[in-house]
Design a protein around this ligand. Structure first.
Ligand SMILES: [Zn+2]
Length: 401
């Protein structure tokens, strides 16, 4: 189900596959630019005008593209403007977090139309979480004016997938092994389901919706760190996402502090959401303090500021190691803790600069522009890519040329 693109690419020389690929190229062009004429689309994609016209008619018949009026060109011609019909289809995005699970309905432009969030149970059994996901998806689908326009669901998971992309091979944070999550959700919602590793999904969201530039060239790469309840990362090199199974949160940093993995002094014990929450509870005497709440109580409990400062510095130290090893040109921080108040993020950057060598200090460190929606928008991007635009496959094809 997930690897359809590769079959298509193998038959690239066949006319039907070439047409399918040109259809996708036109669809993607219209998603990135509104009000284009048929002639402009043909020119931009270096396609023949007749076949472009035929594909556009087919896209209009499918309801994906609409004519949006007449344009005026310099030579006085009045070609018809075309645009993507963003509400023609919808996808569901399920961002499975260790603390909370978010479900949203997205249109073709990545606009999140409906949104629901529920606390993820502690150490959930697969069946238990699956039932909650299915119920939430069905409730959102029921509220849609046209439920038939929903075409698929993407679920991002804090774990690795099997090669088919439909089974969670392992989610160590919950002790899950070989969970056929896609099938269970698909059977109960009647929709196709695709799974993705959560950091991979965030990288895709960054590409689609934050338009962030990835460093290019043979030795340039980017590190994406998901800094939330737990800390994980993926490395993007030459356009490919790798290393999402890395143990970034478990880089040994300190001499004390018991980690969730059983080791002492991992990065997570200083900087992960779970560790900050538990230390904040000790300072305030209140249970279940989220990092967001801790940030709002700084005046009342000054010790919380040193806690957050330490978390920022711990992350900076780990990033120095990571950039030294990967040689990356850019680091993007996403996840809930990355949206900490500016004063702490500034301290992170200062600490990094102080600790890094001249070569390493050239690395740019940024926070995602997608804020706390990075996970959900990334998941929506996975669904839109899989069920509509196939942009990842088109990128792979253009790299192979
Ligand atoms: Zn650890």
């Amino acid at each position: 189900m997930r690897r359809l693109g590769y079959d298509l690419s193998m038959q690239f020389s066949q006319p039907s596959a070439a047409r399918a690929i040109n259809r996708l190229r036109i669809l993607n062009l219209l998603a990135s630019q509104e009000n284009l004429s048929r002639a402009e689309a043909a020119r931009l994609l270096k396609l023949n005008k007749v076949s472009t016209g035929e594909i556009v008619e087919a896209l209009i018949a499918e309801g994906l593209v609409e004519e949006t009026g007449k344009m005026v060109t310099v030579n006085g011609r009045r070609p018809t403007a075309l645009s993507l019909k963003k509400d023609a289809r919808a996808v569901l995005a399920v961002d499975l977090g260790t603390k909370a699970t978010s479900v949203a309905l997205s249109d073709l432009g990545g606009n999140l139309l409906r949104f629901e969030r529920f606390p993820t149970p502690h150490n959930p059994k697969p069946e238990e979480l699956c039932v909650q996901i299915i119920k939430t998806c069905l409730r959102i689908l029921k509220m849609m004016k046209d439920p038939a326009s929903a075409i698929g669901i993407a679920v991002s998971v804090p774990g690795s997938l099997d090669p088919s992309g439909s089974v969670v091979a392992s989610a160590p944070v919950w002790g899950w092994k070989d969970v056929p999550l896609a099938e269970a959700i698909s059977k109960n919602t009647g929709l196709d389901v695709v799974l993705e590793h959560n950091v991979r999904a965030m990288v895709l969201g960054e590409r689609w919706f934050a338009a962030s530039q990835e460093p290019s060239g043979a030795d340039a790469s980017m590190l994406y760190v998901n800094w939330g309840e737990h800390i994980s990362s993926a490395w993007v090199a030459d356009g490919k996402v790798i290393g999402e199974g890395s143990q970034f949160g478990h880089i040994p940093l300190r001499q004390t502090g018991l980690c969730s993995c059983g080791s002492i002094g991992c990065l997570e014990t200083v900087s992960a959401g779970w560790a900050i929450s538990s230390m904040a509870a000790r300072i305030t005497g209140k249970e279940d303090i989220t990092v967001k709440q801790a940030c709002q109580m700084l005046d009342q409990y000054p010790d919380l500021a040193s806690l957050l400062l330490d978390a920022a510095r711990g992350m900076a130290d780990a990033l120095v190691y990571a950039s030294a090893i990967t040689g990356c040109g850019k680091i993007i921080l996403g996840g809930g803790i990355s949206s900490m108040p500016d004063q702490f993020f500034a301290q992170l950057l200062r600490r990094y600069e102080d600790a890094a060598s001249v070569r390493l200090s050239a690395v740019s460190i940024e926070r995602t522009r997608l804020g706390d929606k990075a996970g959900l928008l990334g998941t929506a991007a996975v669904a839109l890519d899989q069920f509509v635009f196939r942009r990842t496959m088109l990128d792979q094809l253009s790299r192979q040329k």
